[in-house]
Ligand binder design. Structure first.
Ligand code: ME8
Length: 639
C-alpha cells in the first residue's frame, strides 16, 4: 500500500480557531480521507505552534504563564476539530518533548557541520510575522500583513548560512516545476531567489525571550520560532524510530495559506537540504478567506468562529461550503448569504430533496425496499464513470471544487431524470418502469454519497445507511461503480437530511455577519410566536434614531446589493452603506427623508466605512425604506 502524508500549518495559539484556520485543516482532512478511499495509507498531521515572541507577549498581556496560556488555547483547537469531523493521526504541539528533542538534534547537526555562525545583526522585526522584514517589503514603513511598524532590533545571534544553498534550490525548482504550486506561488518563491538571500537568524537571547527551545550548543539562547515550528513536519511522523517515517516523509504534501510562502518556500527546503533530507513532494498554497474585503484573522479582520456556524448549518454543510467555494490558489469571500444559498440549493434542494422524494415513493409503493431495474440509465452511468476516472487527478491537484461540482452535476442530472420520468405517475400504470427509475435514482444517490463521503463524513454515512449500505471503509474504485446498489435493501426516508434554512432565522442568529446596512430582519411575528425578549425603556433610549436626508447616492462598485449613500444628519454629512440596491436605484434615494440609527459603531462594508444604519421594512421579497415626514428637519430625534 503506498503512503501519503498531508500537513497543515501548525497554528499560533495567540488566536483561537476561525474559518481561515479551519479551512486548511478541513482541506487536509478531506484529502487524507479521500486518499484512504483511493487505497493509500494516509497520515494527516496538524497541531499548534506555541513558542516565540508573539505567544510570550499574548500570555503576558493576560498576566499568565506561557505554559498555562498555550495549554488552554491549544486545547481549544483540539476540542474543535472533532466537531467538524477533523481527525488527524497526530495533533502535534511544539511543546511536546519528542519535538523538542528533534529540534535540538537538527540544530546540533547543522552547527557541527559548519552551517551556523555567531554574529551581530540589526534588523526590523515584525512580531505578527515572527520574522525580520526587509525595508523593501514594508509599505509606508509598516508590515503589509499586520499594518504595524516593525521593531528595530540589534543583537548578537546565531545565523544559518542559507545563502550557501540558494543556487541549489533555484535549480531544484527548475527541475521540479510543480514542487511549489499553483504557478503564481512558485513565481513568488523564484522572486525571493532572484535577490541574494540573507542568512537566517535562528536564535533569540534568553534575556529578551526565554519561551522557546534552548540551543543545544549555547544555553543563553532559545531557537527562533520558525526554525522550531517547521521541524514539526519531521517530528510529527515519528522521527525517532518509527519504521514508517521515511515512507511518510517521501510522500509529504504541505498545505499552507499564502501568508507563509517565504518560510515554507525558502527557509524550509533549505533547512531540509542542509540537514540531509529530501524536500517535500509539493507545497500547495491557497488564498485567503476574506470577509467584507478583509482577511479573516485575529489581527487584521474579523476572526469568524466555527462553532456557531456548525450549530446553525451543521458540520457537514460547513465543510461542503468551504471546499466547494474556494478554488485553491485564489481568494474567496465568506458571507452568510452565500453559505445560506449554497446549502439550501445544493444540499437541501438538489441532494436532500431528491433522497426524500425517492425514499417516499419507495416507501409508499414498494414496501420500503429498493426495487429492481429493467435497465440502467446511460447518461447517469456515463457521468458517474467519468467522476470515478477523474477523481484521483482532481484530488492530487487539490481541485476539490471541481470534484464536488461534478458530483453535484450527477445529482442534478438525476433530478432531471426523476422529474421527466415522473415515477409518481408511472407507479399506477407501469410499476416496473417506475421501479427502474427509482432504482437508478438510488444508484446515483449512492454513488454521489460515496464520492462526497470525505467531504461530508457525517451526513453521507447517514444517507448510505438509510439505503441499507453499512458504514465501512469505502474504496472509490470498488464502491463508486455503477450497478452495486442492493436491490431489496430497506430504504428509510427519515427526517430531511439537510433541512432548509430560513433566511429570517439565520439573520436573527447571525445578524453581525450579514452584509446589508439595513436593520437585520426579524422573523415575522405569528400568532403562535412566543413573547420576544424584552428590553427596558433605558435600553431602548440608548439607540439614537434620527431623521436624515439622503444627499447623494451611488452603487457600490463590485456589489449588486449595496448602495453608498451620503446622508445629512443635522448638518453633518456621513456615509452609510445600505443593502438596498436590489430595491432602489441611486436616483430613487436622493432627496429622501429617512430614519437612521445615528449612534451605531462605524463598520467597514466591502472596504467602505458605514456610519449608521437605515431603517427599512422587509416582507416576502420586498423591502421599503421607512420615510420620515417630508417637512421634518434632518437630525430630529425619534422617540
Ligand atoms: O502562520 N484564509 O500560524 P497561523 C485562509 N504558526 N487561510 C487562513 C486564513 C484566511 N483568512 N487565516 C489563517 C502560522 N489561515 C505559523 C505556521 S507552520 C510550520 C507555522 C490558515 O496561526 C492558513 O493555512 O498564523 C495560514 O497559512 C495559516 O492559517 C496561518 O496560521
Amino acid at each position: 500500500m503506498s503512503t501519503y502524508y498531508v500537513t497543515t500549518p501548525i497554528y499560533y495559539v495567540n488566536s483561537t480557531p476561525h474559518i481561515g484556520t479551519a479551512y486548511t485543516t478541513i482541506l487536509a482532512d478531506t484529502t487524507a480521507r479521500m486518499k484512504r478511499m483511493l487505497g493509500q495509507d494516509a497520515y494527516f498531521l496538524t497541531g499548534t505552534d506555541e513558542h516565540g515572541d508573539k505567544i510570550a507577549k499574548a500570555a503576558a498581556a493576560q498576566g499568565r504563564s506561557p505554559q498555562e496560556f498555550v495549554d488552554e488555547i491549544s486545547a481549544q483547537f483540539r476540542k474543535l476539530w472533532p466537531h467538524v469531523y477533523v481527525a488527524p493521526n497526530r495533533f502535534i504541539r511544539t511543546t511536546d518533548p519528542d519535538h523538542y528533542a528533534v529540534v535540538q538534534r537538527i540544530l546540533q547537526k547543522l552547527h557541527d557541520q559548519g552551517d551556523m555562525y555567531y554574529g551581530e545583526y540589526e534588523g526590523l522585526y515584525c512580531t505578527g510575522c515572527e520574522r525580520f522584514r526587509t525595508e523593501k517589503e514594508l509599505v509606508d514603513g509598516k508590515c503589509p500583513d499586520h499594518g504595524t511598524e516593525p521593531e528595530r532590533i540589534r543583537e548578537a545571534n546565531y545565523f544559518f548560512r542559507m545563502s550557501r544553498y540558494q543556487e541549489w534550490w533555484r535549480t531544484y525548482i527548475e527541475q521540479h516545476p510543480d514542487v511549489v504550486r499553483p504557478e503564481r506561488y512558485k513565481n513568488e518563491v523564484l522572486g525571493y531567489l532572484r535577490e541574494p538571500l540573507e542568512d537566517l537568524c535562528i536564535s533569540r537571547p534568553k534575556e529578551r525571550l526565554s519561551w522557546g527551545i534552548e540551543l543545544p550548543f549555547d544555553r543563553n539562547y532559545v531557537t527562533y520560532v520558525w526554525f522550531d515550528a517547521l521541524l514539526n513536519y519531521l517530528s510529527g511522523i515519528g522521527f525517532d524510530g518509527d519504521p514508517k517515517w521515511s515512507d511518510r516523509w517521501n510522500a509529504c504534501e504541505h498545505l499552507i495559506g499564502k501568508d507563509i510562502v517565504k518560510p515554507h518556500g525558502i527557509y524550509w527546503p533549505i533547512m531540509l537540504h542542509a540537514a540531509g533530507f529530501p524536500v517535500f513532494q509539493h507545497l500547495t498554497v491557497h488564498g485567503y478567506w476574506n470577509f467584507r474585503d478583509a482577511k479573516i484573522s485575529k489581527s487584521s479582520g474579523k476572526p469568524i468562529a466555527v462553532d456557531p456556524l456548525i450549530d446553525l448549518f451543521g458540520a457537514d454543510a460547513v465543510r461542503y461550503f468551504l471546499l466547494r467555494e474556494m478554488v485553491v490558489g485564489l481568494d474567496a469571500s465568506f458571507s452568510i448569504e452565500a453559505m445560506l444559498k449554497r446549502v439550501n440549493s445544493d444540499l437541501a434542494n438538489d441532494l436532500g430533496n431528491l433522497f426524500s422524494r425517492v425514499a417516499k415513493l419507495i416507501g409508499d409503493h414498494f414496501e420500503g425496499r429498493i426495487p429492481a431495474a429493467a435497465t440502467g440509465n446511460t447518461e447517469l452511468e456515463s457521468i458517474a464513470s467519468s467522476i470515478l476516472a477523474s477523481a484521483p487527478e482532481w484530488v492530487g491537484e487539490m481541485k476539490w471544487h471541481v470534484l464536488i461540482e461534478e458530483t453535484m452535476q450527477l445529482v442534478r442530472a438525476t433530478n432531471r431524470y426523476f422529474e421527466s420520468s415522473a415515477p409518481w405517475g408511472l407507479v399506477k400504470n407501469d410499476p416496473a418502469a417506475a421501479a427502474t427509475v427509482l432504482h437508478n435514482c438510488c444508484e446515483s444517490l449512492r454513488i454521489a454519497a460515496v464520492v462526497l463521503h470525505p467531504v461530508m463524513p457525517g451526513k453521507m454515512v447517514e444517507l448510505l445507511s438509510r439505503m441499507g449500505e453499512p458504514a465501512q471503509d469505502f474504496r472509490l474504485a470498488e464502491h463508486a461503480k455503477w450497478g452495486l446498489i442492493r436491490t431489496g435493501a430497506r430504504m428509510q426516508k427519515g427526517d430531511a437530511l439537510f433541512p432548509r434554512l430560513e433566511e429570517g432565522d439565520v439573520r436573527a442568529r447571525m445578524s453581525d455577519l450579514f452584509e446589508s446596512g439595513t436593520a437585520p430582519a426579524q422573523a415575522p411575528l405569528q400568532n403562535d410566536t412566543p413573547p420576544e425578549e424584552q428590553i427596558t425603556i433605558d435600553e431602548f433610549k440608548k439607540i439614537h434614531l434620527r431623521t436624515a436626508t439622503v444627499v447623494a447616492a451611488e452603487k457600490l462598485q463590485g456589489s449588486d446589493k449595496l448602495l453608498k449613500l451620503q446622508v445629512d444628519v443635522c448638518g453633518h454629512v456621513r456615509q452609510i452603506i445600505a443593502g438596498i440596491a436590489q430595491y432602489y436605484s441611486p436616483d430613487d434615494m436622493v432627496g429622501r427623508k429617512v430614519i437612521v440609527v445615528a449612534n451605531l459603531k462605524p463598520a467597514k462594508l466591502r472596504g467602505e466605512m458605514s456610519e449608521g444604519m437605515l431603517l427599512a421594512v422587509k416582507w416576502d421579497d420586498r423591502l421599503e425604506v421607512l420615510a420620515a415626514p417630508d417637512d421634518t428637519p434632518s437630525g430630529a430625534p425619534i422617540s
